[in-house]
Design a protein around this ligand. Structure first.
Ligand SMILES: Cc1cc2nc3c(=O)[nH]c(=O)nc-3n(C[C@H](O)[C@H](O)[C@H](O)COP(=O)(O)OP(=O)(O)OC[C@H]3O[C@@H](n4cnc5c(N)ncnc54)[C@H](O)[C@@H]3O)c2cc1C
Length: 207
């Protein structure tokens, strides 16, 4: 498939074809190419596990190459592949019980609707989990930050690892809140929260 396909379209297609392996991507926005670069997924698995091969444009040589899974290094929310543009993706999925695959997919979507702030704009989970038993959201919540606002940027009341925009938050507000969260969690737990969200440019000028 082409890298610019919406991940949701690809997930639904797989579900409708009775192909198992992408259900955990239910509800993740963006393109398949973006999801591959971010190794998008859940706390315990990423879409990288499903990649068979990638067709890429090498931006140094301007040549198109096919990279098989063995040549790719995925880690938590990251594909280590600088200076390449993903053009096409081949995923390895397994035929399964269509009804069961659909049920799993729908259960995940419903669970997300109840546990994540779907009604307000956000960039998804803001921080990486420092460890499987230390989810960033729990650390932020236990630091008393749920509902903390800076202008219109708010630590979500639904899930503390989401920074939501209540209406007119600027990049500056979001980054100020991000910094405040990092300072408070560092003070309380001596843990440096790394961002899952990639920020580019000088956000402090984006007012
Ligand atoms: C409401 C919400 C919920 C979310 N839930 C989850 C979740 O449950 N799990 C999870 O892992 N993530 C989650 N996310 C984050 C989501 O994974 C990413 O936002 C998305 O996968 C990135 O895809 P994108 O097309 O938007 O890429 P972008 O955000 O546009 O880009 C991400 C990075 O990939 C690079 N890139 C994009 N396309 C290509 C390409 N074709 N070739 C090379 N580089 C490329 C960009 O340069 C950038 O560095 C959530 C986000 C939101 C807003």
């Amino acid at each position: 498939m082409e890298a610019g396909q919406p991940l949701s379209t690809v997930c639904k297609y797989a579900v409708n074809q009775g192909l198992a392996g992408l259900e955990f991507c239910a509800g993740i926005p963006g393109t398949v190419g973006g999801a591959i670069i971010m190794n998008a997924g859940t706390a315990d698995q990423g879409i990288g596990n499903r990649v068979y091969s990638l067709e890429v444009l090498n931006l140094n040589t301007l040549s198109i190459q096919t990279l098989k899974k063995d040549a790719l290094t995925f880690s938590y929310r990251r594909l280590h592949l600088d200076n390449h543009l993903i053009l096409g993706i081949t995923l390895a999925l397994s035929p399964g019980d269509p009804a069961r695959i659909k049920q799993t997919y729908e259960d995940i979507l419903i669970r997300k609707q109840h546990t994540q702030p779907m009604d307000l704009p956000s960039a998804g989970c803001f921080f990486k989990n420092p460890g499987p038993d230390r989810p960033a959201g729990k650390l932020i919540e236990e630091s008393g930050l749920k509902g903390k606002t800076i202008q219109d940027a708010q630590v979500s009341l639904v899930h503390a690892n989401y920074i939501v925009n209540l209406g007119h938050a600027t990049c500056k507000d979001i980054l100020a809140l991000k910094q405040h969260i990092q300072q408070q969690v560092l003070k309380r737990y001596n843990i440096v929260l790394e961002t899952e969200v990639i920020t580019t440019g000088d956000g402090m000028k984006n007012e």
